[in-house]
Ligand binder design. Structure first.
Ligand code: FUC
Length: 339
């Protein structure tokens, strides 16, 4: 059984009401805002150590209003960077908002991550909706985006669905920063496994441009290892990411969970499952710029591989959606306690 309820948190600077929606069952308590349809908290109810929030969270509405690091937010219409903000669909080129140097990042300025969504409490889920008009931030098509949050025992499920009237490109994700440590410090003691043989290398502007085999690299997490082990070694790709991971891993197609992370001290474990082909792993390498601790969270941005336009090196075709083919994806976060 799960309960879903809401309460008014306050108003943002435009005078709009900001609500906190809570989904709660025996295993988890999850808070979602109508701002950015974002995840404010995920509390895991542990057997002996009480409730433990495993995501980075702000305590003030104004912080979520600015939210330069997209903490907890739903990202769209595009996730990650698109070089020169140029979106190519058949023979047409669309100039997207450039909000990260010369590139588009996470859909552009004031995208769905910073807007107010329409939220509906349904019997078994929280349903969040937002419309994005034709050419908003440069993206073609009138698009209706729906993200549903569902609790199923120890799982938090995110179901993404989008409809468009003309052919367009949609790549949505969630930007929660996880920290499973017992003391809310850094992520170094977390133990990580990523079921991927390849990632996409980045250039000096953090643009993904070329596939890289993970064998014999510090980015290889196919064998479980402490995140600290990654940070011990110097590496060019790590340096380009401002000393960390900020890379799209191409997930292996297998029965294994693509991502497993746990912390021995807190005893909390999270597995991520998705039907997305890639995940951008980001270790909060720019957090100092916004007054937070560097490496105090890790994102698993499940998505289509980013920056596929004008990028022949990658040999991965972008996924387009049109009026006959809706965009549909899911990501599950599965929590448990290790013995
Ligand atoms: C991630 C990274 C970026 C950026 C952003 C806030 O998705 O890929 O580098 O810092 O988050």
């Amino acid at each position: 059984m799960q309960e879903v309820y809401s309460k008014l948190w306050g108003k943002n600077s435009k005078g709009e009401n900001i609500f906190i929606y809570t989904l709660e069952n025996k295993y988890l308590k999850v808070e979602i805002l109508n701002l950015g349809a974002l995840i404010k908290k995920i509390e895991v109810k542990t057997k002996n150590k009480g409730n433990k929030n495993v995501v980075i969270s702000y305590e003030r509405i104004e912080d979520y209003e600015k939210n330069p690091a997209y903490i907890g937010a739903i990202i769209g219409r595009n996730s990650g960077r698109i070089k020169n903000g140029l979106l190519k669909i058949e023979d047409k080129e669309f100039c997207l908002e450039k909000n990260n140097g010369n590139n588009n990042l996470h859909g552009g300025i004031n995208s769905i991550s910073h807007k107010i969504w329409e939220v509906e409490i349904k019997k078994d889920r929280l349903s969040c909706k937002i419309k994005s008009a034709h050419l908003e931030n440069g993206f073609p098509g009138n698009v209706e985006i729906n993200v549903d949050y569902i609790l199923k025992d120890n799982e938090l499920i995110l179901e993404y669905h989008a409809k468009t009237d003309i052919k367009t490109y949609i790549n949505l994700t969630n930007h929660s920063y996880f920290n499973l440590s017992a003391d809310d410090k850094l992520i170094y003691d977390d133990i990580l496994e990523i079921n991927a043989d390849k990632l996409i290398k980045i250039d000096k502007d953090s643009l993904p441009y070329e596939l890289m085999d993970l064998k014999n690299t510090i980015f290889d997490f196919r064998q479980t290892k402490k995140i600290q082990d990654f940070f011990k070694t110097e590496d060019e790709q790590k340096r380009l990411a401002n000393n960390g991971i900020d890379h799209a891993y191409i997930l292996n197609q297998s029965e294994k969970s693509p991502i497993i992370i746990y912390n021995e001290k807190s005893g909390i474990k999270m597995e991520v499952k998705t039907d997305n082909p890639a995940v951008v792993v980001y270790t909060a390498n720019y957090f100092e710029d916004i007054g937070l601790k560097k490496h105090s969270g890790i994102c698993f941005e499940t998505q289509e591989a980013p920056n596929l336009f004008e990028n022949e090196n990658l040999n991965i075709r972008p996924f387009f959606t049109d009026s006959n083919h809706d965009y549909k994806r899911y990501t599950k976060l599965i929590f448990s306690e290790i013995e």
